[in-house]
Design a protein around this ligand. Structure first.
Ligand code: 13P
Ligand code: SF4
Length: 354
């Protein structure tokens, strides 16, 4: 069992043996049993910066998903090794944009005569290949905590943005935060010829949104917002920007996982909150703030974990730390040099955003 005192003790002992050689990063969606061993926790932006700020650690154990570990490898030095405790911890959204599909999309934009006006902006939740494409074409990476600044920067460089791969973050930022209209956005479907768009539609659009989404956040609906408002009068609805546009439009507050935590820390005792994001985080916050009488509920009625985040559990962490402590490098995530160079360009543009 994950709370098995023997496993907890083994993780503690292996970590102690490794000392400063290991640095453990934990994304906010990780299980409690894993989070207790994290040296730092954060949203994807904070973790990318924290990984880069630990040059003395030989091993960076990334408790999160594959694209986060890749980004950490890109931002750390060559002799630092980034380790993902379960190699099957991917992200279904990141898998929705492959290098071949994106190259094909660029051909479509070129044919339509718009490619020179387009700046790619890719969400952190993408493979290193997509980040390299972005860097090569003068674009930047963004996370849910800096998407508006990334888009503002991109519109200073060009007239149009190709936003990959999360249509919702792209649309929500453009329309809710930057005053664009829904008509300024078109949806590029990689499974249709020419993305399902005409050259004229591409010429008219300001935001070309890739047809990707997060299946965890896709479960929240306008009904779940209306239901919770009815059930809990005075409730504040706080959601992640990966939720659908109609959900974000109906919410009171929108932000990254780190933003959600900060908002609840600042909330007055006795306030009521419905949170639209992954369940490990919401449960942890509900437990943490229960003594202050802040009522924190999950926005939807059905259970909604991110199954790939959940793959990192205490047994995988123990195996990883014990292997490293015995000198066996396991589950290393290593991006090839050429991809890394271009992906780094895009990530560094993000880190340099005002
Ligand atoms: P944050 O950057 O808000 O932590 O989000 C990462 C993620 O995968 C959300 O689904
Ligand atoms: Fe990917 Fe969604 Fe899981 Fe975040 S919650 S890692 S976007 S599948």
């Amino acid at each position: 069992s994950p709370s098995d005192p023997d496993l907890v003790e083994r993780a503690r002992a292996a970590k102690e043996k490794l000392g400063d050689k290991v640095f453990v990063l934990g994304h906010h969606y990780q299980r409690d049993e894993v989070i207790q061993f994290a040296d730092v926790t954060g949203d994807s932006f904070k973790l990318a910066r924290d990984a880069a700020a630990r040059p003395e650690a030989e091993y960076i154990v990334f408790c999160g998903v594959h694209f986060m570990a890749e980004s950490a490898d890109i931002l750390t030095s060559d002799d630092q090794k980034v380790v993902l405790p379960d190699l099957a911890a991917g992200c279904s959204m990141a898998d929705m944009a492959t290098a071949e599909q994106v190259a094909e999309c660029w051909d479509v934009l070129t044919e339509a005569g718009v490619a020179e006006q387009v700046v790619p902006v890719s969400y952190m939740n993408s493979s290193a290949d997509i980040k390299a494409f972005t860097g090569k074409h003068g674009g930047t990476i963004c996370t849910s905590s800096n998407a508006q600044r990334a888009l503002e920067w991109a519109f200073e460089q060009g007239e149009k943005v190709l936003f990959l791969p999360d249509q919702h973050l792209g649309r929500n930022t453009a329309v809710r935060d930057m005053g664009m209209s829904l008509e300024d956005c078109v949806l590029y479907n990689p499974h249709k010829p020419n993305g399902g768009l005409t050259a004229q539609q591409l010429r008219d659009a300001k935001m070309i949104l890739w047809r990707g989404h997060c299946s965890v956040h896709g479960r929240f609906s306008l009904d779940s917002v209306n239901d919770v408002r009815e059930r809990i009068p005075g409730v504040n609805v706080l959601v992640h920007p990966e939720c659908k546009h109609e959900v974000v439009s109906a919410a009171d507050y929108v932000g990254s996982t780190e933003y959600i935590i900060k908002a609840l820390e600042a909330a007055p005792a006795g306030s009521k909150w419905a949170i639209g994001t992954e369940l490990n985080l919401v449960r942890r916050l509900a437990n943490r703030f229960a003594p202050e009488d802040k009522e924190i509920v999950f926005l939807d009625k059905t259970v909604c974990f991110c199954s790939t985040m959940n793959r990192i559990d205490l047994p995988h962490l123990v195996w990883t730390l014990e292997s490293l402590a015995e000198g066996n490098l396991v589950n290393r995530i290593e991006v090839d040099k050429e991809t890394e160079a271009f992906a780094k360009l895009a990530l560094e543009r993000m880190l340099a955003l005002p």
